[in-house]
Design a protein around this ligand. Sequence first.
Ligand code: ZN
Length: 287
Amino acid sequence: MHPHSISHGATKSEIEHRSDICAVGSWLHERGFAVATDGNISLCLGPDRVLASPTCMSKSMMTPDDLVVTDFQGNQLSGTRRPSSELGMHLLIYRLRPDVSAVCHAHPPIATGHAAAGIALDRPILCELVIGLGRIPLARFGTPGTPELAEALAPLIPDHDAILMANHGVVTYGEDLLTAFLRMETVEHCAHVSLVTEILGKQQLLSDSNVQKLFGARARYRNNSRPASSNLVDLPAQSDRGVDDRATHARRKLDTATEETLAKDRSRLRPAENPPRRSRRSTIPIR
Ligand SMILES: [Zn+2]
C-alpha cells in the first residue's frame, strides 16, 4: 500500500509529500521505533504550511488523507483529524533551524533506553556517528506538549541534528524527510552498538586525531547554507555511571571539534551571515 522507498528532496508535490509521510510512518512502526500511536512526523509544504501526522493513530495505519495541515503557529488549516500535541516541538525546530524541512519523533527502544537512563550518546565510538551526527546530546526531561519541553530542547536544536529526550524518546530532523528518517535509524543503531560495548565491558574510543579527520569529512558533507547559531549552551551528559577520564576528555575533544566545524561554517557564510529567516518562522511562539 505504502511505497517501499522515497527519495531525497523537499521539492515535491503535496501528494508525494503525503505519500512520503505515510511511508516513513510505516518504516518507524515496522522497526519498532513507534509502537501503538507513538511518534509523529512533519514536513514543510511551503513558506506557510506544515504537513503533519495526526494524533492518536498508529503510524503504520495512516493514509494520505489522514494527515493534517497547519500553519507555523500550529493553527489547523485542513484535515479531519487533529494534529499531534507534540507538533509544537516540530514548529520550534522549524523556527530555530530554517535549513530544516522535515522532523521525525519516535521512541526507538535502545536509544530511548539510553534517554531513560540519562545517558547521552556523545562518545566517539563509531565513525558514522561522528561523521553523520557529531554527537547526540540528551535534553533534560520536559512534559510533552508543554513549554517545559521546548525550553529543554531549544538550546540543543541549533547545533545538533538528533537529540535524545530524557525519559521520552528521540527527535531527528533534516533538509528532507528521508534525511530525518535515516538519522533516526542512525541514532538507534549507534545506541545499539553503545549498548553492546557496555555488555562487553569495554569501549575503545576513536583517537583525537581520528575524530579530527572525521570532523573534516563531516564538514565537507554539511550543508554550507546552515545558519550560524548564537546559542551554544549545551547540557552536560547526564549519567549516573562512572565516567572515566578518557571518555570525558574525548567528549571535550568532540565538543571542541564541533565548535571548530561550526566556526568554519560561519566563516564560509560570511558576508551572507545571518541570512534572512523566512518570516513564517520568526513569529512562532514556543508552545
Ligand atoms: Zn513522544
